[in-house]
Each structure stands twice: as C-alpha cells, then as structure tokens.
Design a protein around this ligand. Structure first.
Ligand code: 5AD
Ligand code: FES
Length: 349
C-alpha cells in the first residue's frame, strides 16, 4: 500500500467522503494491506454505533414471476426454464407467524415484478402482517412501482423498501437492463420512497458485467450523497439461463473491500452480509461481518419454493427449514464474536 492510499483511507475515515477520482483510486488500489486497514476502521466505527449487534431480517420470497428482463437475473421473464410460483396470502401470513415464533421482528417481502400483486392485494397483505404483529417492521422489495403505489403501501403500513440501484452509471445500467428499463425511473423510485417516509435501501452487485473502477466510484459517490438507510451489496453470480452465463462471479475480496468503504462513507448504514456472498465462499457472510456488515437475512420462505427463487446458480439456504436457517446463521455470527439481535433493528442516527 502506498503512502497516498493510506492517506486516502485516513481521510475517508475522518471526513466520510472523497472526491469521485479518489474513490476510483481507492478501488484500484485494492490489496490485502489496504483491505485490512479499511476493515479495522470500519469495525471501529460500527462498534461505536452498534456494539457487537448483528440484526436479522426474515426473508419471504413471495413470487418469482417477473415482467422484467434484467440480463443478469435468473427469474427474468425470458427464462423459459424457470419454474414459476407465487405464494398465496395465507402462505405469506403463515411464514410471518412462523418467523414471529422464531423471534424475527422484521419481515422482508421480496419478489419479482409480478402483476398479480396490485396495490390492493399487496396493501391487504401488508396491513394483515402489521395487524398480526404490530411490533414488527415490514419491508418490501417488489421492484419499480409508481409513486402513488408506494404511497398506498406506505399508508397500509410498510416501513421500509429495498430497491437496489444496481449501478449509478447510466451507460452501465443500459448494459445490464433491457431498453424499456430506464435508469431515470430507478432513481425516481428511490427518491419517491425517501420522500414518502420509508427507510430506503439501495445497492449493487460487485463484479457485474461491464462494471469498472469508474462505475464503482460512481456507486460510492451516489451512496455518499443519497445516504441510504440500508445498502445491499453482494457479488454478481452468473445464472446458467441468462445472457451472462459465461461471465465470472464477483470476488469475496472486492465485496469485503467495498463493504468496509461503504461503512466508512455512511457509518450508521445497515449493511447485509448477503446470501450471494455466502454462495461464493463457505464463510463469505462471516467475512462480510468482519469487513463491516451488520445484518443477515435468513430465509423464511416455504422450503417447497426455495429452489425456484434462483436469481443465480447454486444459491445457498434452499434446503433448510426456517428454524434451521436461523440457527445456522446465529452460530455463524457467534463464531466471529458477534451477537444476533432480534429487535426491529432500525438504523441508529
Ligand atoms: N447475481 C447476484 N445478484 C443478483 N441479483 C439478481 N441477479 C443476480 C445475480 N445473477 C440481485 C440484484 C437484485 C437483487 C434482488 O438480487 O441486485 O436487485
Ligand atoms: Fe440458511 Fe445456513 S444460513 S442454512
């Protein structure tokens, strides 16, 4: 590591911001020594805010039916090999019951952009979940919708919304998505969600096709400016039935490096150690926590559908019951010296 890079890391840890070109330099200077220094500082700022707590969110994958056709995604509409499913309202609420019994106080309803989930249907589910469990936070991760739709869902009780921006570079966005999807609309959604009072999560894949140190610098600048409550970052992992099947996966090292940088840019941010990170390395999520992540998301979906929610090849946690998945993650978190906390886990500002 050069003296220059050491200075940039010190500056980032103090000012929580760098110039675009400095972010690019830092990304290009990735080496074990710089990674260790970043992780050390990231852990220190996280400890000051969250102690050794790691928050859990129960993930319920409610539908893999999607009208979108993102080139990287295994459940894109063009994938004729994907066996489609949709959970019924009863099944979704039953997952909530089971999750509550297991101690979860945050539920994430995630799915493709399935036209079945109109505002009316989704609002009814959100209200039912919030009525059954008023002490729980409900997070939605259901893609791009209109401002009116986000407003109705918020009024129905939704607390948080996850919508990865995928890349902050418009040209790169165009390479990852079909022409009918617009970068401007993605950003419009994120701003609408913020204005409507949601806690908002953005995020991106590490090592996605066409990503460069420049596009990553733009992602970091965007995070510095937008200051999301949550930021989901995990490695890109190819899916065999997509146009990117031959592309290599993102790396553990780069993902951890970026987790540390993002922790330093926005110290209170909620940062998941993602399933994708656990998929590319057996201890990926543990190493993510050691780099600065502080959230894990055990799978609460019915085991019968898990294999079908395959965004990328070899996704983990598809065979285990919810209780097993939770216990497995608790043990993993404990193995690196952290403690699972099952309250709502709101951002500390
Ligand atoms: N590899 C890794 N992550 C993926 N996602 C979709 N497809 C893949 C893939 N092949 C991520 C996207 C999306 C989130 C739900 O999953 O970033 O926003
Ligand atoms: Fe889900 Fe280990 S975390 S099975």
């Amino acid at each position: 590591m050069t003296e220059r890079i050491r200075e940039l890391i010190e500056k980032l840890a103090e000012a929580h911001s760098l110039a675009l070109s400095e972010y690019q330099e830092l990304v290009e200077a990735q080496c074990p020594e710089a990674a260790n220094l970043l992780a050390e500082k990231a852990i220190a700022v996280r400890r000051a805010i969250y102690g050794n707590a790691v928050y859990v969110r129960g993930l319920i994958e409610i539908s893999n039916i999607c009208r979108n056709d993102c080139l990287y995604c295994g459940i894109r509409r063009s994938n004729a090999h994907c066996e489609r499913y949709r959970l019924s309202e009863e099944e979704i609420l039953a997952c909530g019951e089971e999750g509550y019994r297991l101690g979860f106080r945050t539920f994430v309803l995630q799915g493709g952009e399935d036209p079945f989930f109109t505002d009316q249907v989704l609002c009814r589910i959100v209200t039912a979940l919030k009525t059954a469990h008023p002490d729980c936070a409900v997070t939605l991760s259901m893609g791009e919708r209109s401002r009116e739709s986000y407003q109705k869902l918020r009024e129905a009780g939704a607390d948080r919304y996850l919508l990865r921006h995928e890349t902050a570079d418009q040209e790169h966005y165009g390479k990852l998505h079909p022409a009918e999807m617009r970068f401007e609309n993605r950003m419009r959604c994120l701003r609408d969600l913020r204005e409507l009072g949601y806690q908002v999560g953005c995020g991106f894949m590490v090592g996605s096709p066409g990503q460069t140190s420049h596009t990553l610098a733009e992602d970091l600048k965007f995070i510095q400016e937008f200051k999301p409550d949550m930021c989901g970052i995990g490695p890109f992992v190819p899916h065999k039935d997509t146009p990117f099947r031959e592309h290599s996966a993102g790396t553990l090292e780069q993902t951890c490096y970026l987790l540390s940088i993002i922790r330093l840019i926005h110290p209170p941010v909620l940062l998941p150690a993602t399933t994708a990170l656990g998929t590319i390395h057996p201890e990926g999520r543990e190493l993510g926590i050691l780099a600065g992540a502080n959230v894990v998301m055990p799978n609460l979906s019915p085991v019968s559908v898990r294999k079908k929610y395959e965004l990328y090849d070899n996704k983990i946690c598809t065979g285990e019951e919810s209780a097993q998945c939770k216990d497995c993650l608790s043990a993993r978190v404990a193995s690196v010296g952290y403690e699972i906390v099952t309250d709502r886990g709101d951002i500390k500002k």
